[in-house]
Design a protein around this ligand. Structure first.
Ligand SMILES: [Zn+2]
Length: 64
């Protein structure tokens, strides 16, 4: 495996890390209860996903 020849300077490390950014959560609206929910995930407030009901979703601690 390739190994760096020299220690990277603190300035270089910090310049690289300055580009680390978070992205906003991809929120969608639940079609059954109209609450905000994450896209492609069962609704945390009513457990609906793709016309079906998931009891597990109601028990999660995930709150938006
Ligand atoms: Zn819902």
């Amino acid at each position: 495996m390739a190994v760096p020849k020299r220690k990277m300077s603190r300035s270089n490390t910090r310049a690289r890390r300055s580009q680390w950014k978070t992205t906003a959560a991809n929120l969608a609206t639940c079609p059954s209860c109209k609450a905000d929910k994450l896209a492609h995930v069962a609704c945390p407030s009513c457990g609906a996903y793709n016309g079906r009901q998931y009891a597990e979703a109601l028990r999660t601690e995930n709150e938006l």
